[in-house]
Design a protein around this ligand. Structure first.
Ligand code: DX5
Ligand code: ZN
Length: 218
C-alpha cells in the first residue's frame, strides 16, 4: 500500500509542519488538491504553492487537478516540481493529448473520474497513464463520507486492469478514506490511498499515518 496524505485538510498557514508530519510518518506521496472554483465549487492551491513546497521535501508530489482546461496548467505544475499530474476525464474532450503533454513535461500521468462517471469512459486511455484516481466523494471538499458503490467500482477497475495486463497502472482512491475503511478499500484493489481529514484533523498526524501503514500491512 502507498499512502498519500492530502494537505487540503492541513493548516495552510503552516504547510511546513504538515510536510514534516508526512516525512516523519513515512508517507509515500504528498497529495496536492488543485481546485479552480469552476470544475468544483472551491478554490485552493496553484503552482506557486507547489514551488514553495518542492525544496522542503523529496517526497513525490502528487498533483490532483480539479480544473477546467487542465492543459493550461500542466506545464506550470511540472515546472513548479510536481512528480505526478492527474486531470479529470470530465474536464476535457482530448484526454489523450493531455496525457502526452504531462509525459512530455517529464511527469507521470494520472486520469481521474467522479463518482457518477462510468469506468468505461476512461478505458480507452488507461494504457497510456500511470494511475487512475477513483473519486469516492464528490470532488471539492475534504471531510466527506466514502460513497456507497465505490467498493464495487474499485474492484471492477482492478479486474479490468488485470484482464488487460495493465497491472502496472496504479489505482488511487480519494475521498472519505479513514482508518476504519482503509483495509476494505485495499482489499477491493486500491494501490494508493489518499487521506486528508483522517490524517490532518487528528491530534497527531504523524502517528495516524503510521496507523494507516500498520492496518495496511495487517
Ligand atoms: C476532494 C479531494 C480529496 C480530499 C480528500 O475533492 O480530491 O483529496 O482532500 O479529503 P478526505 O480524505 O477528508 O475525504
Ligand atoms: Zn484529491
Amino acid at each position: 500500500m502507498k499512502l498519500a496524505p492530502s494537505i487540503l485538510s492541513a493548516d495552510f498557514s503552516d504547510l511546513k509542519t504538515a510536510i514534516n508530519q508526512c516525512e516523519k510518518g513515512g508517507a509515500d506521496w504528498i497529495h496536492v488538491d488543485v481546485m479552480d472554483n469552476q470544475f468544483v465549487p472551491n478554490l485552493t492551491i496553484g503552482p506557486p504553492v507547489v514551488k514553495s513546497i518542492r525544496p522542503i521535501t523529496d517526497k513525490i508530489l502528487d498533483v490532483h487537478m480539479m480544473v477546467v482546461e487542465p492543459e493550461k496548467l500542466v506545464e506550470s505544475f511540472a515546472r513548479a516540481g510536481a512528480d505526478i499530474i492527474t486531470f479529470h476525464i470530465e474536464a476535457t474532450d482530448s484526454p489523450g493529448d493531455i496525457i502526452q503533454l504531462i509525459k512530455s513535461c517529464g511527469c507521470k500521468a494520472g486520469i481521474s473520474l467522479k463518482p457518477s462517471t462510468p469506468l468505461e469512459t476512461i478505458y480507452p486511455y488507461v494504457d497510456a497513464v500511470d494511475l487512475v484516481l477513483v473519486m469516492t466523494v464528490e470532488p471539492g471538499f475534504g471531510g466527506q463520507g466514502y460513497l456507497p458503490g465505490s467498493d464495487e467500482k474499485i474492484s471492477e477497475l482492478k479486474t479490468y486492469l488485470k484482464d488487460q495486463c495493465l497491472d502496472r497502472v496504479l489505482i488511487e482512491v480519494d475521498g472519505g478514506v479513514k482508518l476504519h475503511n482503509c483495509k476494505q478499500i485495499l482489499e477491493n484493489g486500491a494501490d494508493v490511498l489518499v487521506a486528508g481529514s483522517a490524517i490532518f484533523k487528528t491530534e497527531n498526524p504523524t502517528n495516524t499515518i503510521q496507523e494507516f501503514y500498520n492496518l495496511g500491512a495487517s
